[in-house]
Design a protein around this ligand. Structure first.
Ligand SMILES: Cc1cc2nc3c(=O)[nH]c(=O)nc-3n(C[C@H](O)[C@H](O)[C@H](O)COP(=O)(O)OP(=O)(O)OC[C@H]3O[C@@H](n4cnc5c(N)ncnc54)[C@H](O)[C@@H]3O)c2cc1C
Length: 400
């Protein structure tokens, strides 16, 4: 029986270890005191473990041809079946996001931890791999407790994102030692810093908006969904999905929010003029009451140049037009992001050209495999990143 060292006990490493242990003796090395720490924080503690629509169009970094084989062999339904075989029930929400039926990320980790309990798996926690080298036809993995010799190695150390939850760059160093290259790293699925004058006052307010990211009149990305205003700028799923593009756009990018995307210009104009006519004594700040969240409505009025305390009867058409325009284009200059420490995923990492997409076997170093976020693959927000972790972990663990 061959000995397989799996380095990293996160989503992809646990999957690879469980898979490899069907035919081999596995030693799973985890740097932290326990496996799957990041997993517990995913999906706000609910773990959005996959998405029914997870195909190659939702991934960035590596070309589609690289992610396709793993996702075809082990797509979202296969992942759900596999988890069911481990004892986890899942439920798909109407938007396609899949969560554990228990609504607890801990349930996902529990079934993985139980599956790791088998004779062919030796789990070593608090055991970081500090070096990797060739030894004959196999490998030597350096650990603080002494060297570990293995016939084959799977590197599953994840990316640098989510530093507070254990995101580190170890995997890049281990693979670079074996001749692999890495790209520049950027945070992805990250909160954006913007001019704070408006977001700070709106802290905690959520809005469903159509988002456009542009720079110098060129549209860089568009999206629709939930935006959360914060003291530093904006967060929320729709912002996360645009963040990848915003981070690489450099200075001068602007995030424009259409706060009433389902309302035509005519309908909006009719509503504003009717409100003015019906409530002439109300202060202008209430113009958008009933259309937008109340604090947001008052802020948009101010953004459009409306003065406080002026009765609606005194608001000229020009101001109503400015308010309507502000609903359509509530613009926030992007000034930065909250960085890898707060990001959910790392964009960039180990260059995938040097791995065979059908096996995730290194083209440079026979017997070496990699899976998960350590590779230059990052997915959209919505369960796609964990889907890549399961699919790539499953493929690497087959040791083809
Ligand atoms: C806050 C947050 C929420 C998220 N929510 C979601 C979500 O709901 N849905 C989704 O699809 N994705 C989500 N993600 C992304 C997802 O968690 C990751 O893409 C996924 O965990 C990557 O799996 P991985 O196995 O490659 O890496 P990880 O899960 O990060 O695991 C890597 C493991 O390797 C260990 N390790 C590192 N270096 C060494 C070493 N030298 N020796 C031994 N062990 C080492 C680490 O300690 C870690 O346990 C979220 C991420 C964050 C940060």
């Amino acid at each position: 029986m061959e000995t397989i060292a799996v380095i990293g006990g996160g989503a992809s490493g646990m999957t690879a270890a469980i898979t490899a242990a069907e035919h081999h003796a596995v030693v799973l090395l985890e740097r932290q005191n326990r496996v799957g720490r990041k997993l517990l924080s995913t999906g706000n503690g609910r773990c959005n473990l996959t998405h029914l629509g997870a195909d190659e169009t939702h991934y960035h970094g590596a070309p589609a041809a690289f992610v396709r084989p793993a996702l075809t062999a082990f797509g979202p339904e296969a992942a759900r079946d596999w988890f069911r075989s481990l004892g986890l029930l899942t439920v798909a929400e109407p938007d396609g996001k899949v969560y554990p039926y228990s609504d607890q990320a801990g349930s996902v980790l529990d079934v993985l931890r139980y599956a790791l309990r088998r004779e062919t798996i030796e789990l070593r926690t608090a055991s970081p791999a500090t070096g990797l080298s060739r030894r004959g036809n196999g490998f030597r993995v350096e650990t603080e407790a002494g060297p570990l010799d293995a016939d084959r190695v799977i590197v599953a150390c994840g990316g640098a994102a989510g530093g507070k939850l254990g995101g580190v760059t170890d995997g890049y160093a281990l693979l670079e030692a074996m001749g692999h290259r890495r790209t520049k790293l950027y945070p992805s699925l990250v909160q954006l810093k913007t001019g704070t004058a408006y977001p700070r006052a709106l802290k905690g307010v959520k809005a469903t908006a159509a988002l456009t990211l542009y720079k110098n009149d060129t549209v860089l990305a568009q999206n629709r969904g939930e935006v959360l205003f914060t003291e530093y700028g904006v967060s929320g799923p729709a912002v996360f999905d645009l963040s990848r593009r915003a981070v690489t756009a450099g200075a001068g990018a602007v995030l424009s929010l259409d706060l009433l995307p389902d309302l035509s210009d005519e309908a909006l104009w009719d509503l504003l003029t009717a409100r003015r006519q019906r409530s002439p004594d109300l202060p202008g700040e209430e113009l958008l009451a009933g259309l937008l969240q109340s604090r947001l409505g008052r802020m948009v009025y101010k953004y459009a140049g409306g003065a406080a305390g002026v009765p609606m009867a005194g608001l000229p058409d020009t101001l109503l037009r400015a308010v309507a325009a502000a609903c359509r284009r509530f613009e926030l200059p992007v000034t930065g992001d909250l960085g890898l420490m707060n990001a959910q995923v790392t964009s960039g990492c180990i260059v995938t050209d040097d791995f065979d997409p059908e096996t995730l076997h290194s083209r440079l170093c026979p017997g070496l495999y990699a899976c998960g976020e350590v590779l230059d693959v990052d997915g959209d927000c919505g369960g796609y990143n964990l889907q890549w972790a399961w699919a790539s972990g499953r493929l690497a663990g087959r040791l083809l």
